[in-house]
Design a protein around this ligand. Structure first.
Ligand code: G6P
Ligand code: MN
Length: 448
């Protein structure tokens, strides 16, 4: 089995490789091709993988290349984990938005739209190339904003592209743990879009355990999302939202906190990673230990401002363990490659799972996975408050896709203007001006 990772010089690639090293079963991935536009980053990451593989006799062979076609030929699975504009681009997304008084986060609000406008044309080009050179490959999209980028790629790859995120899985696991249930045996009723979904039930042996959690303030205070949102809101919703909904339900506070922060998340990660790749260029640097220290620091500071706003304190030890993205990706790959049937929460085309959206809309819902791919399961209808957000944000995503396809500036303005977290069309216009000024990748928005 050959796995190709697009964005193979990326910082989180060792997590994926670490997961692969634990798989010794027949039909596992035996060859990994790392593709990146930056040879220097490829060298750094390959050094980390080299040390990871040292004690593992059947470690998958690793090849690094800057030739896309060579990377894609013969691939059974393609992981797409590119970052158009790098972390400097992410930091610029945040700055432009925050200076105009709106959120700059890479997946939510104005920042997510800017990142989407930059990424979609590149992701579409990659999808076309995959369809031509590796038509039988399954593509797993990691790139944020994951739902939007997956939908863009699905127009060329159909159901052979599946988007993943670890936040619903992490949320389900935390709720199960608090309730004393085995996360492997629990059925999580989760639905929405990527970074915009709600857990409405957690079933063990057919019985919904969520009401027991919602009724117990001590239990609600004992896990991350419980502390982020607070018992009163969670009870009134009758559901546990994905942590990214904090940016919606506490938008004003989040914007202020990020405006006042010493550094945005993107700027912190940009500097942190520049330091990491620079150290990796020095011959004496121990690759794995250096990478692991950097990773731990990144995870400990994840969503720190949101936690401050909510007074939620430090992250828990169990949330810092890895086992997120890479485990979801590995489970998905195994289920497809070996027809090991399983259920996972994934980003796939809706078909009829959510009645408020059309069949082609990419949604984040529980799926049954087997050798034929991921099949969304029908879930109970979303309540009106969720339908409102989900349909509004899907309309924004469609405007982004239209802008990326047509180069229309009006479509780009519409994308920002329709977003529930952008409060004025004037601000939307300024956002388009500001982003086109700082991002050369947006020069294509040259039609009226
Ligand atoms: C969560 C989200 C991802 C995001 C990751 C890292 O796992 O679901 O979409 O990429 O956090 O966030 P960071 O701020 O460290 O880049
Ligand atoms: Mn995610």
């Amino acid at each position: 089995m050959k796995l190709t990772i697009l964005g193979g010089g990326g910082f989180r690639v060792p997590l994926v490789y670490g997961a692969l090293l634990g798989d010794h079963a027949e039909g596992r991935v035996s060859r990994v091709t790392l593709y990146d536009t930056d040879a220097d980053r490829l060298t750094a990451v390959a050094r980390v993988l080299g040390e990871q593989a040292e004690a593992v006799p059947d470690a998958p062979a690793v090849v690094a290349t800057t030739e896309l076609d060579e990377a894609l030929r013969g691939a059974d699975f393609v992981f797409s984990a590119i970052r158009v504009g790098g972390l400097a681009g992410r930091a610029a997304d945040e700055r432009v938005a925050l200076d105009l008084g709106v959120l700059g986060q890479e997946t939510v609000g104005a920042g997510g739209i800017a990142y989407g406008l930059r990424t979609v044309p590149v992701a579409v080009e990659l999808a076309r190339r995959i369809a031509r050179l590796a038509p039988h490959a399954w593509t797993i999209n990691f790139t944020n904003p994951a739902g939007l980028v997956t939908e863009a790629m699905s127009r060329h790859l159909g159901d052979r592209v599946i988007g993943i995120c670890d936040s619903p899985v992490g949320l389900g696991r935390r709720i199960a743990r608090v309730l004393g249930a085995d996360p492997e045996r629990a059925w999580i009723d989760y639905a929405g879009l990527n970074h915009l979904g709600w857990v409405r039930g957690l079933y063990v042996d057919g019985r919904d355990e969520l009401p027991r959690l919602l009724a117990d303030p001590a239990l609600l205070g004992s896990f991350e999302e419980g502390r982020l949102f607070g018992a009163e809101l969670l009870r009134s919703l009758g559901a546990i939202p994905n942590e990214y909904l904090h940016y919606y339900y506490f938008n004003r506070e989040a914007v202020t906190a990020y405006q006042e922060a010493e550094q945005t998340r993107g700027a912190f990660l940009r500097d942190q990673q520049e330091g990491f790749y620079a150290r990796m260029r020095e011959p004496g640097t121990p690759p794995l230990a250096t990478w692991d220290r950097t990773r731990a620091e990144r995870e400990a500071t994840y969503m720190a401002e949101n936690r401050d706003v909510a007074g939620a304190g430090e992250r828990e030890e169990s949330d810092l363990e890895s086992g997120g993205y890479e485990q979801v990706a590995l489970a998905l790959m195994r289920a497809i490659a070996r027809n090991e049937r399983t259920s996972l929460i994934l980003n796939v085309r809706n078909r009829t799972a959510l009645s408020a959206l059309d069949a082609e809309a990419v949604v984040e819902v529980p799926c049954l996975v087997d050798a034929n791919g991921a099949h969304p399961v029908a879930v109970s209808p979303l309540p009106y408050h969720a339908v409102g957000l989900v349909t509004a944000v899907k309309a924004v995503e469609r405007a982004v896709l239209e802008a990326a396809e047509s180069g229309s500036r009006a479509a780009a303005v519409q994308a920002f203007a329709l977003h529930p977290l952008v409060d004025s069309v004037t601000v939307a216009r300024r956002l388009v001006d500001g982003y086109t000024e700082v991002h050369p990748q947006l020069a294509y928005l040259d039609r009226p």
